[in-house]
Design a protein around this ligand. Structure first.
Ligand code: ATP
Length: 194
């Protein structure tokens, strides 16, 4: 059986929105990757951020967003790792835990441009494929032509979680900005209302 190629899409997903889902779905269906795992970054205990919802609430929203989509998954792998977690360490944990899978990274051209500052970026580039989506306004930089890097023109939505939190704080609905199940849960739980 061919190795299953899994793309890792990291984020705070505070909350997850349709921009994230469009991209995750693009990567899981239109590239050589067969699955995308949405890795929810935990709250940094040393950086109290009032606007960052609790780890499990954000994970739950990602699970609701995914629903029964077969090639998307929510991952809480970083919840139990020392914080702050570095991508190279998360990759090592996942490799250990799932030796029969091949992991790759998903990022925007904004992140690719600063990848040379990441912990062990040389090892990341040696050992992992990187699937990059063009973000308007961000030049990919020198790594664009690296053998491990593939750049895509994915459908993008000009939307951020910050905008959604602001909308909810104004007492408005997040309907259409987030998947229906996520909008219902946010409404029912009052998350982000205060
Ligand atoms: P915030 O507004 O709180 O900073 P965000 O909407 O940018 O949040 P993150 O959780 O920080 O969301 O994003 C996770 C990943 O998704 C990041 O790599 C980010 O670059 C990417 N991303 C964010 N918004 C979009 C979007 N509209 N389309 C595609 N990718 C996005």
């Amino acid at each position: 059986m061919a190795t299953r190629k899994i793309g890792l899409f990291f984020g705070s997903f505070n909350p997850v929105h349709v921009g994230h889902m469009i991209l995750a779905n693009f990567m899981a269906t239109k590239t050589e990757m067969t699955e995308v795992w949405m890795v929810v970054s935990p709250q940094n205990p040393f950086k109290e951020r009032a606007s960052l919802a609790r780890d499990h609430d954000r994970l739950h929203l990602v699970e609701l967003a995914i629903g029964d989509t077969p090639n998307l998954k929510a991952s809480n792998v970083e919840f139990t790792m020392p914080k702050p977690s570095y991508t190279i360490d998360t990759l090592a944990v996942l490799r250990d835990k799932y030796p029969d899978r091949e992991f790759a990274l998903i990022m925007g051209t904004d992140n690719l441009a600063t990848l040379h500052k990441w912990k062990n970026h040389d090892i990341i580039l040696r050992d992992y494929d990187i699937h990059v989506y063009n973000r308007p306004g961000y030049e990919p930089g020198d790594l664009a032509t690296h053998g491990r890097v593939t750049i895509y023109d994915a459908p993008l939505m000009h939307l951020s979680a910050t905008y959604i939190r602001k909308t909810l704080k104004e007492g408005l609905s997040a309907r259409y900005l987030v998947p229906d199940a996520v909008a219902r849960e946010i409404e029912a739980s009052g998350l982000y209302a205060k």
